[in-house]
Design a protein around this ligand. Structure first.
Ligand SMILES: [Zn+2]
Length: 65
């Protein structure tokens, strides 16, 4: 866990009032930000990393790694 290599990161603005989820795919550069407790919860439950990897344009090309 050194630095953020992409994936899902959840932060809270202040005192847990508003969770903010950042999703980043370093392979293709897709970035999304989700704000709001309910939206973040649903987003995390949807397993965005696994879901994205299945559709990631960088994976489809079959590059190394
Ligand atoms: Zn991607």
């Amino acid at each position: 866990m050194t630095g953020w290599l992409g994936g899902l990161q959840i932060r809270r603005t202040d005192r847990g009032q508003t969770p903010v989820a950042d999703f980043l795919c370093t392979a293709c550069g897709t970035y999304r930000r989700i704000t709001g407790r309910d939206k973040v919860r649903d987003f995390v439950r949807a397993n965005p990393i696994t879901d994205h990897r299945a559709h990631c344009p960088a994976n489809q090309k079959g590059t190394s790694r």
